[in-house]
Design a protein around this ligand. Sequence first.
Ligand SMILES: [Zn+2]
Length: 397
Amino acid sequence: MTLESDHSLVNPSQPLTLTCHQCGAVYLRPELEPDQWAQCIRCHSVLESYAAFTPNAWLAIILTAFISLFFANIYPVATLYVQGQGQAATFFDAVSVVWKEGYQEVAIVTFAAGFLLPVFQLGLLFSVMLPLSLGRLPAYFEWAIKMIDHLKPWCMVPVFLVGILVSVVKLAGLASLVAGVGLFATACAAIFITSMGRLDAHRLRLMALDLGVPAQLPTLPKPPSPAQIKQVWALLLAAVILYIPANLLPIMKITSVGGTSAHTILGGVIELFQMGSWDIALVVLVASVLVPVFKLVALSVLLALTQFGAMRGLRRRTQIYRVVEFIGQWSMLDVFVVILLSALGQFGALLRIEPGSGAVAFGAVVILTMLAALSFDPRLAWRRAGYRRQVSSPFNI
Ligand SMILES: [Zn+2]
């Protein structure tokens, strides 16, 4: 149920206020019952939902995620068999193969997004949740919850999981492949990490306050700076330029007894269709072609409308921005697939799979569009259209 509240008052000096990060409206925090959530009247974003889990329950989830991630990384995700020879690959094998092939930047990004940042994120959540469960506030609370928000978009274990599944299907045509313990552990880690997605700075602060722990009250965020417009344009332009080599250059090369073949992103999708795996082809088409194009077009339109102070469709524009923000990391899928295939396809003259320079360009496009989406503050669109911090009446849009 929605709480389209009469709590629209809006006095910034009141304690416990909820600020809508999408449009900048400020509300007095309502009391929520189970299954209720508070929704912004102006842009319809969810401001807060009823917290069903206690810090102890979260601690159990965080620990399970840690253990899953540990097994996900020490056991092979799959073993590929070619003419009786087996090649097993763990996550670290994949990173080290790509490093040795000369694609250090791709290896670093994969290591960070698939292991280092998720582990750091889990460690931060644990170090905040443990004192909270004991009714204490850690001294580094403010720093930690900010960091948790910054890290969240860059922790890509769920994307890596889908990457493994796509690799399995791609290789099924070439050789026989057996899924390993690492795959199941990655699936568990992905589920637990996804469930932790809602633990952001805002929720952790409210959780601390609800527990009676003396955390700082939520403060009003600074107004959005118009300087971001130039920065987002620059990031988008760089992404558009790199999108050309990302599509024209091969993202991987496969050398087998039959010769060498180079594969571009679109070529890979067509090949999957021809193999009969239209479902996986569709996943790759959506993640690697439609999502990046949608992100580039949608962000450019949102930015241009914001720049000119357009007043129309503000609520719809805010929803589109939320979609762009949500799908950001999923375009990394093809990069992870290339890395995994390179780690598995190491059979000398029989079969060898190497990453191509298209994968570097494509990875850069994904990172640049994610940075562009994160640098864009949707509140600026509302502000430029004349909506200030305070809501005067609930349905004046
Ligand atoms: Zn709002």
